[in-house]
Design a protein around this ligand. Sequence first.
Ligand code: ISE
Length: 335
Amino acid sequence: MTLRVGLVGTGAIGRTHIDRINNHLQGARVVACSDINIQFGKSVADKYGLRFFKNGKDMIADEGIDAVVVTTLDPDHEPYVLSAIAAGKYVFCEKPLAPEAEACKRIVDAEISGGKMLVQVGFMRRFDPGYRQLKKLIEDRTYGEPLMLHCAHRNFSSGDNYDTPMEVENSMIHEIDVLRWLLNEDYATAEVVFPKKTKYASAILQDPQIMMLTTKSGVRIDVEAFINCHYGYDIKCEVCCEEGIISLPEPSNAMVRTKAARIIPICTDWSERFVDAYNIEFQEWINACAAGRVDGPNAWDGYAAQVTAKAASRARDTQTIVSITLDDCPTFYQK
Ligand code: ISE
C-alpha cells in the first residue's frame, strides 16, 4: 500500500522532500500540500500534481492523507505536529521540533497522552553512512571508551538574517543531536566561547563560535561553528578513544591534478553534503510508517536537543558554564 503524504510548508526544503519522495523513493507519494502563502503553495501543487489545501490542519485531518511532513518555518511546527498527533497520523517534522524547549515538551506530552509514538524529527545526520560507521565502532567499543570529540561545522557563508544565536540553535543543534546519539548519553554542561570575529560576519553575527559540551559520563566535546568560512561546506567529527582515533569519512570526490596542485573538491552546501542521508532518512521513515513504528529521532530527542541548545545559548550570553538539566527519558520513548 502506498503511504499518502500531505506536506505543509512548500519552501525550498519542502520542495526537495516532495521531489525525493515522489521521484526517488518507494512506498509513499506526496499527494497534497498546504502553505500559508496560498498563491505560492498552489503553484507548487500545480507543478507536482498535488491537491492544495488552504488550511494545513484541514489537510492533516483529511481521510485521503495517511502521514504528514512539516517543513514550515520553525515557529509553525508545533500546531501542525499537534494536529497530526490529534489525528493519530505519523508526522515527520523538520529540525528543530520547535524553537522553544517548552513547545517541544508540549508535543512530547501530547504524544504520551495520545498513547502512540507518531513523531519523527528531521535530524538527518543520524542516517549519514559515515556517522553510522562511527556509531557502530563506538557502540562496539572497538577502540575502547570515547574520551574526547573534536568537531567542526563550517558553512561557506550565511544569509543576512542569520544571527549569533543561530550558530547554536540552527546549525550546531545538528551536532547536539548526532553526538548525543553517537555516545548514547545526555549532556551535563555547555559553554560557548568566541574566537576572533571574521570580517565576513554581519553586525548581528558573532562568527566563529566554539561550543564545549560535557556528557554525563565526562566525555569532553568541542564543536567549532564557522558559518562564513568562505571555502565550502565542511563537517568534521573526530572521536578520540582509548586505543584509537575515529574520524568521520570525507565525502568521496574525484581528485583532480591541475595547475601544479592535487585538488579534491569540497561540497558547497548541506543539501549536497547530506543528500544520501536525506534519502535514507525518508526511505526509512516511509518503511517505519508502513510497519507502524517510529524508528528515527523521536519527539523526546527533539526536546532533549532543544533543552541543550537553550542551555548553550544561555552559556554564550552569560559567558559562563551552564549545567544542563533534563528529566530522565520517559519509558514511553525508551527503545
Ligand atoms: C541549516 O539550517 C541546516 O540545517 C544545515 O544542515 C546546517 O548545516 C546549516 O548550518 C543550517 O543553517
